[in-house]
Write a protein that binds this ligand. Sequence first.
Ligand SMILES: [Cu+2]
Length: 307
Amino acid sequence: MGISTAAKLGGFAVVAVAVFGGAYGIGTAVGPVGTTPPAASSASSASSASSGVHEPGGLRASERGYTLAVNTTGFVEGQPRQLEFRITGPDGAAVTAFDPNHDRRMHLIMARRDLSGYQHLHPALGADGVWRVPAAFADAGEYRLFADFVPRALKQNLTLGAGISVSGDPRPVPLPPPSDIAHVDESGYAVRLSGHPVVGEAKLVLSVSRGGTPVTDLQRYLGAYGHLVALREGDLGYLHVHPEPSAVAGPDITFSAAFPSAGRYRLYLDFQHGGVVRTAEFTVTVGDTGPQPPAPSKAGDGHGHGH
Ligand SMILES: [Cu+2]
C-alpha cells in the first residue's frame, strides 16, 4: 500500500516498452477488438477454419494486446533457478488482475521442442506483477513456455507462448510412436486412451488403473479428476482440452478436444491419486474428418491392428 499504483504501473510501462518493445508492437497491431489475428508462421494452421475449430494457443507471445515477457535467461540443464515472467496488458503495464481458471490464476506449461520434458507449474504472482516459480530443466535444448490465464479485464482465456534456451548437451528424444496405453514410470499406474481423435471435436476417454486394477478414488486436481494438455508436433500449438463434468472419481475421465489439423500430437494427462500428481503421456495421430473405418470383425482376417 506504500507505493502508489500510478508510480508502480508507470515504472513497468517504461520497462515493458524498452525491453519487450518488439513483441509488444505485434500485440498492438492486432488490437484489442476481436479482430482476426495474423496467421501464424505455421503452414499447418491454414486448415483451422473448418469445423469451427480455432487456431491453437501459444503460437505467439502477444495476442489481443497482452504480451508474455520472460525475464529469466541463462538456464543451464539440471540447475534450478527462479523463473520470472510478466503479462503486460494493452496499456503496456504489468497485469495484476487475473481470474481463476481451473482453480488457478496462472498455468505455466513447458515442453522441449521435441515434446519431451513436459512440466506444469503454478507460479505465484507478486504485487509487482511478476510471476515467479522455481524451475529446473533436466536436459538442454530449446523449450516452449505457455502461460495459460484469464485477464480479468478481458474475461476470456489466453495462452501466450515464448521460447527459452537451456544450455548444456541436449539429448534429443524421438517422439514415441502412437499408443493407446501409457505407463507412468515405475509407479504401476497405467492410463488407457479410447476415442477417435479427428480434426474437430473429439471425445477422449482416459481410464486410470494401478497394477491392473481400475482406480476409482481419483482426487480432484484443478477442479476436475484430470487435466489434459495437447501439443501439436512441429509448431507446438497448444490446445485447450476441457474435462466433462463427472461425479465419479474414476477410472474414466472424459475430455472434449478440438484438434485444429491432422497430424501428430502429444497428450499430457495430469491426475492426482494418493496425494501425488502424476503425468501420463500419449502420442496420438489425428486423422482427417470423417468416421474411422469399422473395427475388424470378431472372425478377424489377420490384418487388424485395432484402430
Ligand atoms: Cu495448471
